[in-house]
Ligand binder design. Structure first.
Ligand SMILES: [Zn+2]
Length: 283
């Protein structure tokens, strides 16, 4: 029976310091219908070089908060602070509709297929690293980003693995560094629910999925809604998943030089961590 794996962060490379050439952020959104913020998705950035059309699309975040709001914050008591912080956060976020319009425009500029996810709150543009940086690893997962050494990145694509795109991380002088940044394009729909007493619900406004019911609930990877890619995201999850083939390729002697990531076998069912519609963390 085929097995799937989820990527797990195991170690931090303190020497791998990436910077952005421009502070060009995609905003996050806040949905007033389900009372939730947009979610983070690993390896779903837009590393394409920024162009003028994209710069014009993205809003400038308010650098200075309204004086009145700051004064309120300083004189507030403990319970009021939570409310004011929430107001500030709401102010810093766009609505889901505004975000989707921006997302659509960015897709058109870069001619991106729907398989490319565009994650709110992420910087647009390539990453930069010092020219002196030589990776001690061939694969690095930071919990948000997935990186390959140049040597392994090129071999990886030659091996025919699907569901992944590689973008060079550049040096400050604009040359490709020894590192590739990966973007995951493979997709699997919602997992199937194993336990009874729950159901999946999609917010009509922000399109985010929730699992309602008596928690904890168990779900299982559903291969019938998987596009067959070797690297993929699962609907409702921020993690990166891998096929058995991808796991095997990364564990052949050629690749298994230094892998700073762990590939945890998915046991067929796992507890789905999420927030409910009232914003309570699921157990
Ligand atoms: Zn919503």
């Amino acid at each position: 029976m085929e097995q799937w794996y989820v990527l797990v962060e195991v170690d931090v490379d303190w020497k791998f310091l990436v910077k952005h050439k421009e502070s060009l952020y995609l905003p996050q959104f806040y949905c007033s219908s389900c009372n939730q913020y947009s979610r983070y998705i690993a390896a779903a950035r837009v590393p394409e070089p920024p162009v003028e059309e994209v710069r014009e699309l993205l809003p400038t975040l308010p650098v200075e908060l309204h004086r009145e709001m700051l004064e309120q914050l300083f004189s507030a008591n403990y319970t009021q602070v939570t409310d004011i912080v929430k107001q500030i956060e709401t102010m810093m976020n766009v609505s889901p509709d505004q975000f989707f319009a921006m997302e659509q425009a960015i897709r058109q500029v870069y001619q991106m297929p729907s398989s490319r996810l565009i994650c709110p709150g992420q910087v647009v543009g390539p990453l930069l690293v010092s020219a002196r940086f030589k990776p001690q690893w061939d694969v690095l997962y930071t919990g948000g980003g997935l990186y390959f050494s140049r040597r392994v990145g090129e071999k990886l694509l030659e091996s025919g693995l699907t569901g992944i795109m590689l973008f060079p991380v550049y040096t400050h002088s604009g040359k490709p560094s020894e590192v590739y940044e990966a973007v995951v394009t493979g997709y699997c729909g919602l997992p199937s629910l194993v336990s009874s007493g729950g159901d999946f619900f999609q917010c009509e406004v922000c399109r985010q999925w929730y699992l309602r019911g008596d928690h904890p609930l168990k779900v299982r990877f559903n291969p019938s809604v998987w596009d067959g890619s070797d690297f993929f995201h699962v609907e409702g999850s921020s993690a990166i998943y891998m096929s058995e083939y991808a796991y095997e390729v990364l564990h052949t002697p050629y690749f298994f030089v230094e892998v700073w990531a762990d590939f945890e076998e998915m046991e067929g069912a796992w507890i789905y961590p999420d927030f409910d519609l009232e914003g309570n963390v699921f157990s």
